[in-house]
Design a protein around this ligand. Structure first.
Ligand code: ADP
Length: 274
């Protein structure tokens, strides 16, 4: 009688264990496939500019008696070299945000400084497209985290807003404090009046190397890694990123990050707020 009762109790547990194991294996396989895809993608992305550079250098050699052609080819070589540099830099950034614990040197970070830095980073490009940038609500807000990573995350969002918007539009950055179950959070919303993202692409834009329009992304110097970096940064900070978009009308990317004071209350640490 007792054995039966025990096995009756173990059986459902056993099948759940088997299920968990199967799920684990599936997950392991999925991670392996993602890793393999990533390596294949990186190789492809590196090969493209390297191949172009190699062809262009041959063209330069063949055109040595035509200074104008040499100039033209050299100009294109410079573009490809810049592309390669950007890609390598973003790969380094991505590996950093995936591997380092950003909270090891976490500190209260002023939101107005993060915003000013992000705007600065895009000032030139926004200027050439006559895009107006406006920020509001940032005064006296502090988020808790790694300054460099947070700056990279917000910078990527603002850069995208400028990149994927037509000339003479507006990019807005709005900050506010919102209360959440685990403590107050800071919400940072980057809104553009750009091309927007379709419902089906919305899910995928955070994947490494996913681009809605690869040609357009490359033309603006995009690597397809920006939003993957953003996603990792917010996840490791205990935050989240969401996107609202309407095709042809624009997009809003919203970061939610722990407020510095709330993070201090949670962790018992005492960051110096200035
Ligand atoms: P990229 O270097 O191509 O900009 P990201 O990872 O930053 O890479 O973004 C992935 C893709 O998401 C972009 O190629 C673009 O298609 C789309 N995207 C990102 N931000 C925006 C935006 N603000 N408006 C429209 N599309 C966007």
């Amino acid at each position: 009688g007792e054995a039966l009762a025990v096995s009756a109790r173990v059986a459902p547990l056993g099948s759940r264990l088997v299920l968990l194991l199967v799920e684990d294996l599936t997950e392991a396989r999925r991670i392996e496939a993602v890793r393999r895809d990533f390596v294949a993608n990186v190789s492809h992305e590196l090969k493209t500019p390297v191949g172009a550079l190699s062809l262009l250098s041959e063209a330069v050699m063949d055109a040595s008696d035509d200074p104008e052609a040499v100039q033209r080819f050299a100009g294109r070589m410079q573009i490809e070299a810049t592309r390669l540099t950007n890609l390598v830099q973003e790969l380094i950034d991505l590996s950093r945000v995936q591997n380092d614990d950003p909270l090891e040197d976490a500190e209260p970070v002023r939101v107005d400084e993060l915003v000013a830095e992000a705007v600065d980073r895009c000032r030139h490009q926004a200027g050439t497209k006559q895009i107006t940038m406006a920020a509001g609500g940032t005064a006296d807000l502090h988020v808790w985290g790694n300054r460099g990573q947070l700056a990279a995350a917000l910078g990527n969002l603002v850069e995208n807003a400028v990149n994927y918007s037509p000339a003479r539009t507006r990019v807005g950055i709005a900050a506010r404090r919102v209360s959440a179950p685990g403590g107050d959070m800071i919400e940072l919303a980057v809104t553009d009046q750009g091309i927007g993202i379709s419902e089906k692409d919305k899910e995928r834009v955070f994947e490494r190397f996913y681009r809605v329009d690869p040609a357009r992304s490359r033309a603006t110097g995009g690597t397809g890694l920006g939003l993957a970096i953003v996603k990792h940064v917010v996840a490791s900070h205990g935050g989240e990123v969401t996107v609202w978009s309407a095709e042809g009308q624009g997009s809003t990317f919203t970061l939610r990050l722990p407020e510095a004071a709330a993070a201090r209350d949670r962790t018992g640490q005492h960051p110096d707020l200035d």
